[in-house]
Design a protein around this ligand. Structure first.
Ligand code: ADP
Length: 233
């Protein structure tokens, strides 16, 4: 599946609008926060200090959401350095281990070579974010399927000519044609709490690295994401 130039433009434009809105919302939130702090002693006198605590916590949550949104909706130009793709995959496996355990899911690694092998010139943070986005989607897909079998997410790497191939395969709920056609669209989500940004941003990051991303999926049996990134000379 290829994301069109039009979708890229749309993402860039939505990113700019989102950034502008987020900025405008932050300012009033900051002043609300300040005034609630000033009201705190009065609320305390009324025996309602609890309200101030809730309001402050909710304002902080809104700020966190805006921050995350700004961070994820506009990936900056990659700061590339030579880094082992195997090491990166190991780090992602470690980061997602506890969440996988909670969901009765196993993460299996099949890496070609050791953790110094398969060196690519990448922005480590950005590519890690991409792999994390995909593995987290797999965890959701495994949790949302009908069967009680153990979930399995297989992360494998291998060299393919001058590229490294990273495959992330799950036995989750899979996707129908309609979902497959839209999954890289900005803001497309089938989840109640989803943002629909993960894959559109991932797509852009991979393209910025001169790579490509492909998806195979079968409803009810699972999904594979395959990423190609150029190996360092
Ligand atoms: P979000 O996770 O916030 O919904 P994404 O852009 O990461 O946003 O994903 C878009 C949609 O693609 C998801 O809502 C889901 O429907 C679908 N999807 C992504 N990965 C998988 C997967 N491994 N299995 C099934 N569906 C998936």
């Amino acid at each position: 599946i290829e994301q069109t130039a039009l979708q890229n433009d749309k993402l860039a434009m939505l990113g700019r609008i989102a950034a502008a809105i987020a900025h405008e919302i932050r300012n009033p939130l900051t002043s609300i926060r300040g005034f609630i702090q000033l009201l705190r002693p009065y609320l305390l006198q009324m025996g309602k200090e609890e309200y101030a605590r809730i309001i402050l916590a909710e304002i902080d949550r809104a700020n966190d959401i805006i921050y995350e949104f700004l961070n994820s909706s506009k990936p900056s130009a990659p700061l590339k350095k030579a880094f082992s793709i195997n090491l990166l995959i190991k780090e992602v496996a470690l980061l997602t281990e506890s969440e996988a355990l909670m969901r009765n899911c196993q993460i299996e690694l099949q890496l070609e070579g050791d953790e110094y092998a398969l060196i690519a010139s990448i922005d480590m943070k950005q590519i890690k974010q991409v792999i994390l986005n995909i593995v987290k989607n797999s965890l959701d897909a495994v949790a949302e399927r009908e069967s009680d079998d153990i979930g399995i997410i297989e992360l494998s790497t291998r060299a393919d000519g001058s590229y490294v191939e990273i495959t992330m395969k799950d036995n989750g709920k899979g996707m129908d044609k309609a979902t497959l056609a839209r999954l890289f669209d900005p803001f497309f989500t089938t989840k109640e709490e989803g943002t629909g940004l993960g894959l559109s941003v991932s797509y852009r990051i991979i393209r910025n690295h001169g790579g490509s991303i492909r998806v195979d999926s079968v409803v009810g049996s699972g999904t594979s994401f395959i990423i190609y990134l150029p190996l360092a000379e």
